[in-house]
Structure formats: structure tokens, C-alpha cells
Design a protein around this ligand. Sequence first.
Ligand code: PLP
Length: 261
Amino acid sequence: MVMPAVKANAYGHGAVLIGRALQDMGVQDFCVASVGEAIELREAGITGRILVLGYTFPEQFQELWKYSLTQTVIDFCYARQLQITGVFSHLCVSDGISESEKGFTYKHYVRPGIALYGALSSPYDKTAAAVNLKPVLSLKARIECVKQLHTGEAVGYGQTYTAAREMKIAAVSIGYADGIPRELSNKGFALIKGHKAPVVGRICMDQLMVDLSEIPGTAPGDEAVFIGKCGNEQITASEFAHTAGTISNEILSRLGAGWIE
Ligand SMILES: *Cc1c(COP(=O)(O)O)cnc(C)c1O
């Protein structure tokens, strides 16, 4: 049984978009984190079984019946207030490749999460099966303006980056409110015209600055790729997450919903 995890807005990919695509492929079972997420899928025409993985407070029990949802129960007392249709366990080492981890994971469960979206959690993850994952999502923004930065001038809040030479800097229309971690200030990079453009200065709420000094022929409107391919270069979600000190699951599920096309 394949029961894809489409929680956290399908890991930032858009739950309705992904849910409908999976349903069209014949998937009949889904898991989400909350009743709210389940209702969103029902209202979008998802007819199969929807398992709510997270806790639902008794005030919302009637929604479970109204929308024909399956609730995870956490103990006997909670179970007595609902009805039992099956059991499952959290596959907390499903990505493990040691014999003991594989032994712990019951093999007849298939509850794909991050792999469904074509990503590894971390770039150094080893999978038990050789899988060729194809990323579903790219994260892109556009250059708003390009400015000259003179030697000794600083860029951004806190003046954390000072130009050691004449530089060409671009403001890009994406920031931490859109899901680019502020942790990537002076650390991350974007791909512009197939080249790496380092992030300089602190990432703002809706914008960030990149160094274009080494990239010829750039102009406002050009695309900046944060996750995805650009020319011969690529940034995977797991590499992006690794630079930010986390895993791709967290990065993707935190992307602002406004980015989905
Ligand atoms: C989220 C979740 C999954 C999928 O996990 P990933 O690590 O994202 O692949 C599977 N089972 C349960 C119970 C989950 O909550």
C-alpha cells in the first residue's frame, strides 16, 4: 500500500496540486498532519482515504466524520472515543541502511515522504535501494536591480559584508518570509545565467543581495535559481538545506505558499 505524505502543504509543493496529481496516477491513500490539511484535500476533490497523522482535539471530532477522515489514535482512552480501522508505527529509521535499522522497519509499509518529491533529506544520505530521484520543485526569484558597490562600502542590515574591491551587487526579490533561511546570510548562493552568485550581507524579509561581479551580462528581470538547475549548474534541495544547517524536509515545508506555480 502506497500512502504518500502530503502534509505541510505537500512539503511546500502545494497539497492540492500534488494530491490531485497523485489521485490521477491512481493513488488512493494519503497522509496529512492535521484535520485542516485533510479538509483542504477533500474540498479539492480528493476522494480516497485520508489519514490524519497528528493529534486532533475532541472539538474537531465531528469534522472527522463529516469529511470521512481516518484519525491516528495515541492511546486507549483516545481510541475509545473514535473507532479503530488499523494500526501503524512511526518508521523512525526507515532511511537507515544498517541491518538493525532495516529489521526495525516493517517492509510492507510504503509511506513515502521526502522521496516522493524527488529529494534526499541531506546530500550525504545513503539509501538502501539505488533510486534515481527527480526533483519536483525549483525555487526561483528575479533580479530587481543591479548596483555598483565601491571599495569599503557595506551592504545590508548590520553592515555584515564590506566590499574589498569594486563590486556589482544585485537585489533579488526573495527573502526569509518566502522560506530562504536567514542563516544563509553571507553563506548561500544563487545560480544566475549558469554561474554561482554568492549571497552577500544579511538576508532581509522579502529581499536578499547577491554578488554578480564575476557574472557578465546580467540585468534586472534575470532569473536567480536557489533550488534547481541553471545551465550546467544545479543546487539540490538537500545541498541548499545542508548549507543552512538543516534537512530538505524543513526547508521545503517552510516555503511560502505564494511561490507555487
Ligand atoms: C512524515 C511522515 C512520513 C514521511 O517521512 P519522510 O521522512 O519525510 O520521508 C512517513 N510516516 C509518517 C508517520 C510521517 O509522519
